[in-house]
Design a protein around this ligand. Structure first.
Ligand SMILES: Nc1ncnc2c1ncn2[C@@H]1O[C@H](COP(=O)(O)OP(=O)(O)OP(=O)(O)O)[C@@H](O)[C@H]1O
Length: 251
C-alpha cells in the first residue's frame, strides 16, 4: 500500500504497554490535521512516531507502517537524520539552541554542507520571513536566541525547522506555553505554512483545533476513534465518544 503520507496499522509500545493501537491515518497535502483527545490517549506518542523521535526512548517499540511517497519510514534502514529534515518537529516548550538567532537557523543548512555565507544569509532570511519573525529580529541576528520572548523563540524554532525545507511539520501543542497574542501569531503562521506544507498538530485547545485545522483525528485510549474534515467532526461527529469530548463532557 502506498500513500503520499500516512500511517497504516501503526502501534507504539512502551515495554508491554501499548500506547498507540493500530492507527491508520492519512495526512492530505497542503492541509493541517489536528490530533485531539483526552490526556494520555497517545497523541504525542503517535506524533513523535511520525519522524521516529520515539527511537530515542529505550523502551519504545513501533510496529506498522509510516508511508511517505511509497517508502516505509518505519523500516530499520531509514536514514533518520534525513527523515527529520523532511519531517520537522516543534515542541510544546520553545527549545532554541544556546546560539545566536542567526546560528539557530543556519545550523541545519550548515550540517547539510552549505558553507557559502551569502547562501546561508538567504536561507536565514527566508526562513525567518516564513516564520513571520524577520521584521522583529533582523537587527538582532547576532544576539542570543534566549534573549527573545517565548513567542518569538517558538517562531524561531519553527523557522529552524523550515530552514532545511521540510515537507511536513509536526507541532506538539506549539502554543500552550504562550500568551494569547503569541498564540494568535502561531495560528496565523500555521495558516500561511499550510500553503506549502503538511502540518500535523497536537492540541488540547478545541477552539484552536477548530480554527487552524482542515482535518481532525480524535484519539481515545490509544485508538483512533474518528477522523475526518474538521467542520464535520466539530458539528456532526459520528461517535458519541467524540461528541462527549468536543462538547467538554470529559477530558
Ligand atoms: N516515555 C514513556 N515511557 C512510558 N510510558 C509513556 C512514555 N511516554 C508516554 N507514555 C504513556 O503513554 C500513554 C500516552 O502518552 P502520550 O503522552 O502520548 O499521550 P497524550 O495524549 O499526548 O497526552 P497529553 O495530552 O497529556 O500530553 C500514557 O499512558 C503515557 O503515560
Amino acid at each position: 500500500m502506498s500513500l503520499a503520507f500516512g500511517t497504516e496499522g501503526l502501534s507504539v509500545f512502551y515495554g508491554s504497554f501499548q500506547a498507540v493501537k493500530e492507527i491508520s491515518l492519512q495526512f492530505p497535502e497542503k492541509s493541517v490535521t489536528a490530533l485531539i483527545g483526552p490526556s494520555g490517549c497517545g497523541k504525542s506518542t503517535f506524533l513523535r512516531s511520525l519522524n521516529r523521535m520515539n527511537d530515542a526512548i529505550a523502551q519504545a517499540r513501533t510496529t506498522g507502517h509510516i508511508w511517505m511517497n511509497g517508502s516505509d519510514l518505519n523500516h530499520p534502514d531509514t536514514d533518520v537524520i534525513k527523515l527529520r529534515q523532511q519531517i520537522g518537529m516543534v515542541w510544546q516548550k520553545p527549545n532554541p539552541f544556546y546560539k545566536s538567532v542567526y546560528n539557530n537557523i543556519a545550523f541545519g543548512p550548515k550540517y547539510r554542507g552549505i558553507r557559502k555565507k551569502k547562501q546561508l544569509d538567504e536561507i536565514v532570511e527566508a526562513s525567518l520571513r516564513k516564520a513571520a519573525l524577520w521584521d522583529e529580529v533582523k537587527d538582532r541576528l547576532q544576539e542570543s536566541a534566549l534573549s527573545l520572548s517565548g513567542g518569538q523563540q517558538q517562531r524561531l524554532c519553527i523557522a529552524r525547522a523550515l530552514s532545511v525545507q521540510p515537507q511536513i511539520v509536526l507541532l506538539d501543542e506549539p502554543a500552550s506555553a504562550l500568551d494569547p497574542v503569541s498564540t494568535g501569531k502561531i495560528e496565523e503562521l500555521i495558516a500561511s505554512l499550510k500553503q506549502e506544507l503538511r502540518i500535523v498538530i497536537v492540541t488540547h485547545n478545541m477552539q484552536q483545533a477548530a480554527r487552524v485545522s482542515d482535518y481532525t483525528a480524535y484519539f481515545y485510549l490509544g485508538k483512533l476513534i474518528e477522523q475526518g474534515k474538521t467542520d464535520k467532526i466539530f458539528t456532526n461527529p459520528h461517535h458519541k465518544l467524540t461528541q462527549d469530548y468536543i462538547s467538554g463532557r470529559f477530558g
